[in-house]
Design a protein around this ligand. Structure first.
Ligand SMILES: Nc1ncnc2c1ncn2[C@@H]1O[C@H](COP(=O)(O)OP(=O)(O)OP(=O)(O)O)[C@@H](O)[C@H]1O
Ligand SMILES: [Mg+2]
Length: 603
């Protein structure tokens, strides 16, 4: 496989300790380092305030509540001051927390915005071979889910992880400083907690991954079904499709319920540990108070610190999974960003002259998939201004010739030259600007008819009307109440196949390219539209080098030279009269067509 991208599944977990990956992730936050360090400082204030509160309670109890050495009024007064300070510290912590969250969210969103843009911009430049190998559903996931995962990591993990560690370390330090024996008891509980937490986080991680794969499956299935809805309805597949969806949705539901159960067990069991720790402290610590080794204030503070201790423990276990899935997302995103188009395109050359329009294919070989050649040693030449018609059975490689000339792909060997210059040495955009293409299926952008003809061109009305006239569109547009302003595409009026063809001719005429490729649609149109298309073809082909992949005799006859393709090679070539005289494949094809027409007319 050329890209090695397909093996990436949604269920892959990232390496948390991948230094190279971290470096790239951090590079994105570098422009915001001022804000990030601000957030770190704010987080110090948040931690400081939350650690100060139990200590203030201790001071209040020991110095004022139980301190009989002081006068009552002084004790009450002191408590008043301490309570005010307490409130002030809470408010400071709250404010710091608010700004910290705000800064982090802002930074995270900004970074994601930038990444999303970079990723999309990058994807727009990749070649068609890449898109053939990567279904669009997967790429949409890259731009949505994966970016979202990274966002979560930036905001809820990077700095808060730091918070959690500092809070844990701070609490341990204070506890040992206040009473090391009591702190030691707590330390015995620690291994049990660590084992419990790591068991839980592994289970949670696996479930989380299962949920994600199930969701990805649902998304892929939905996309398939919705884009193929006409086929589903036409072949009465609604019941089966629904049953399949129910199955997928049921799996997703089951996994989600499982996750809820795990969390349902984990959260209360953390509470249980917490209560156990508090129980130990009351039993042993209470004794210490009675033995006068510990003050009452210290005991109360201890209990508060234990409460604080369990909060980061709970969060750490969840954050580890966030980091893991974010690392996997980061890996996928960077892999996509590192993907280079296999088509080399030289820098834009300002001085590139307009083509005269000589097109040469020289021993061109090509395959979409290795081992399945589509074009074999194909050679032909079209002089400037000449018209070449290509005919042949379906799948014989006609559209492939177009794809190569437009440089959607490069040939495996051989060369394609325009005016003697290998097209691989031309800037792709400059090349495509000079090669107009009317494709088999015409893409309509949601917008007015005018927008659809001009796309991004600017043009005065007289020229535009001229072009509409030449493309034989004036009759149709004249019949519409809103004329050129009529909205078409997505949810608006739909054009018929014939009208779309005419619109495509108008598009090409507006661009006036030196070289024109016409991949004629096989669908038959009524005889009036047929006549309009015929005239549009005539005006569009005039004065340019043209390649027409033709099905209708009238178009074929107009060509100077005809190639008859068979399984990726030229079977016959010559003018219409020469080929008819030869009595080969071409003759047979034409006879069939003429017979078919006569039969149709006879009916
Ligand atoms: N994107 C692709 N990936 C793999 N194989 C492809 C791709 N596009 C076309 N092919 C294969 O290449 C061969 C030639 O296809 P091509 O589209 O050039 O035929 P065609 O002559 O234009 O047929 P039609 O008259 O039906 O338009 C076919 O066998 C087709 O299956
Ligand atoms: Mg084709």
């Amino acid at each position: 496989m050329r890209y090695g991208f397909g093996y990436f599944e949604e269920d892959k977990l990232g390496q948390v300790a991948d230094i190279g990956l971290w470096r790239r992730i951090i590079a994105y936050s570098r422009p915001h380092w001022g804000k990030v360090s601000g957030a770190v400082i704010l987080s110090m204030i948040v931690i400081g305030s939350s650690l100060a509160l139990p200590y203030m309670i201790r001071l209040g109890i020991d110095h004022y509540v139980v301190n009989t050495a002081l006068e009552s009024s002084a004790r009450i007064n002191g408590l008043g001051w301490l309570a005010s300070l307490f409130v002030a510290v809470v408010i400071a912590g709250f404010a710091a927390n608010f700004y910290q969250v705000f800064i982090l969210e802002w930074t995270g969103q900004t970074i994601m915005h930038q990444m999303r843009q970079q990723l999309f911009d990058h994807m727009l430049g990749l070649d068609l071979a890449f898109f053939n190998e990567n279904p669009s559903g997967k790429l949409v996931t890259r731009l949505t889910n994966d970016i979202q995962n990274m966002h979560e990591m930036f905001t809820s993990v990077i700095v808060t992880l730091f918070n959690d560690f500092f809070q844990l370390a701070g609490i341990m330090a204070i506890l040992f400083w206040m009473n090391w024996r009591l702190a030691l008891i707590l330390s015995f509980l620690l291994p049990v907690i660590i084992v419990g937490v790591s068991w839980f986080s592994r289970l949670a991680r696996e479930t989380f991954r299962d949920i994600r794969t199930r969701l990805a499956r649902i998304n892929a299935f939905l996309q398939e079904s919705l884009s193929g809805i006409a086929v589903i309805q036409l072949f009465l597949r609604e019941k089966d499709t629904h049953a399949k969806f129910v199955e997928l949705s049921r799996e997703y539901l089951d996994k989600n319920l499982f996750q809820i159960r795990i969390f349902g067990i984990f959260m209360p069991s953390m509470e249980l540990f917490n209560a156990l720790a508090v129980g130990c402290i009351i039993w042993y610590g209470g004794g210490e108070v009675i033995r006068k080794n510990l003050s009452l204030g210290e005991l109360v503070a201890f209990i508060s610190y234990i409460r604080l201790f369990f909060q980061p423990v709970r969060e750490l276990s969840q954050k580890y999974s966030i980091v893991q899935s974010a690392m996997a997302s980061a890996e996928r995103i960077f892999q996509l960003l590192d993907m280079r188009s296999s088509l080399f395109s030289p820098e834009k050359n300002e001085k590139q002259a307009d083509f005269r329009g000589e097109v040469v294919f020289q021993n061109v070989q090509f395959s979409y998939k290795e081992g399945q050649p589509v074009l074999h040693n194909l050679s032909f030449r079209i002089p400037p201004g000449g018209t070449l018609a290509i005919v042949g059975a379906t799948g014989s490689g006609k559209s492939t010739i177009v794809n190569l000339l437009e440089r959607f792909y490069d040939p495996a060997s051989g060369a394609i030259r325009i005016d003697g210059r290998d097209i691989r040495s031309c800037n792709i955009n400059q090349l495509r600007r000079q090669i107009g293409l009317v494709m088999q299926d015409i893409f309509i952008v949601p917008g007015s008819i005018r927008d659809n003809i001009l796309l991004d061109l600017v043009m005065d009305d007289t020229r535009l009307h001229n072009i509409i006239e030449q493309a034989q569109l004036s009759g149709m547009i004249g019949r519409l109440p809103d004329g050129l302003k009529t909205m078409i595409g997505e949810g608006n009026m739909d054009l018929s196949a014939g009208q779309k063809q005419l619109l495509a001719f108008a598009r090409v005429l507006a661009r006036n390219p030196r070289i024109l490729i016409l991949d004629e649609a096989t669908s038959s149109v009524d005889s009036e539209t047929e006549m309009l298309i015929d005239r549009a073809i005539e005006t569009t082909l005039a004065n340019r080098t043209s390649i027409v992949i033709a099905h209708r005799l009238s178009t074929i006859k107009r060509a100077d030279h005809i190639l008859v393709m068979e399984q990726g090679a030229i079977a016959e070539e010559g003018s219409h009269d020469e080929l008819m005289a030869r009595g080969g494949i071409y003759r047979r094809l034409q006879d069939l067509q003429v017979n078919g027409q006569e039969r149709n007319e006879g009916e």
